[in-house]
Design a protein around this ligand. Structure first.
Ligand SMILES: Nc1nc2c(c(=O)[nH]1)N(C=O)[C@@H](CNc1ccc(C(=O)N[C@@H](CCC(=O)O)C(=O)O)cc1)CN2
Ligand SMILES: Nc1ncnc2c1ncn2[C@@H]1O[C@H](COP(=O)(O)OP(=O)(O)OP(=O)(O)O)[C@@H](O)[C@H]1O
Length: 171
């Protein structure tokens, strides 16, 4: 089993060099599946994330006026809240992701969880901040991840804080 740091490095490179037409094809197939799912249809408030250039791009979802969309906002001590998405009230964090100016925490009923690699049972390697694992520790709603084919791994090293995502969308 490869060490987490090694997998992070390898997956970031794979994402940055992912063929753009294949990326577009997989992104569209996954978004179509998600939009047709009961999970999406039953959710009223959805937590998306503002992607870095190489991450899964779900910004199409942010234009969805039938749902309340919220995005992550990082706080000290590696805490995170979700705040309403307002394209006119964003700022760029030092780590290169846009966050809301608002500090009002909103609890979503479905969270789209970012990451670099996953197993079929939903275990995940993220960027190493532990933000999502901390948040998910007391979250009782639905969780999903959107995963490109090469991001699926047979096994992932686990620690006691790791919380698997409940549903994986992939091609
Ligand atoms: N688009 C997007 N937004 C997201 C996440 C994500 O994965 N993707 N997050 C998912 O968690 C949270 C932010 N995660 C972060 C993870 C690491 C670092 C960071 O500062 N990393 C340092 C190195 C690590 C360290 O200092 O220990 C760095 O990059 O220099 C910042 C934010 C919330 N927003
Ligand atoms: N619920 C928690 N309480 C305290 N510490 C936690 C919790 N969840 C994660 N951590 C700590 O956060 C650090 C990063 O965790 P891990 O390596 O699992 O990150 P990750 O899953 O890649 O990141 P993320 O959740 O941000 O996507 C580890 O030191 C871990 O022990």
């Amino acid at each position: 089993m490869k060490k987490k740091a090694e997998i992070r490095k390898k997956m970031k490179l794979a994402l940055k060099t992912f063929d753009s037409s294949d990326k577009q094809r997989q992104t569209q197939a996954i978004m179509t599946q998600f939009l047709a799912s009961d999970l999406y249809q039953q959710a009223e408030t959805i937590a998306a994330f503002m992607p870095m250039s190489f991450e899964f791009d779900m910004t199409g979802l942010l234009a969805d006026t039938t749902k309340r969309l919220v995005i992550p906002k990082t706080l000290p001590q590696r805490q995170m809240i979700f705040t309403d998405y307002d394209e006119n009230a964003l700022f760029l964090t030092p780590f290169g992701v846009r966050e809301s100016k608002s500090d009002i925490a909103v609890t979503p009923d479905l969270i789209i969880v970012p990451g670099l690699a996953w197993t079929a049972d939903g275990y995940r390697i993220g960027y190493g901040g532990g933000y999502y694992d901390r948040y998910l520790a007391d979250f009782t709603g639905q969780t999903v991840s959107f995963v490109y084919d090469f991001q699926m791994l047979p096994t992932i090293e686990r620690n006691k804080f790791d919380i698997p995502v409940r549903h994986i969308f992939k091609v």
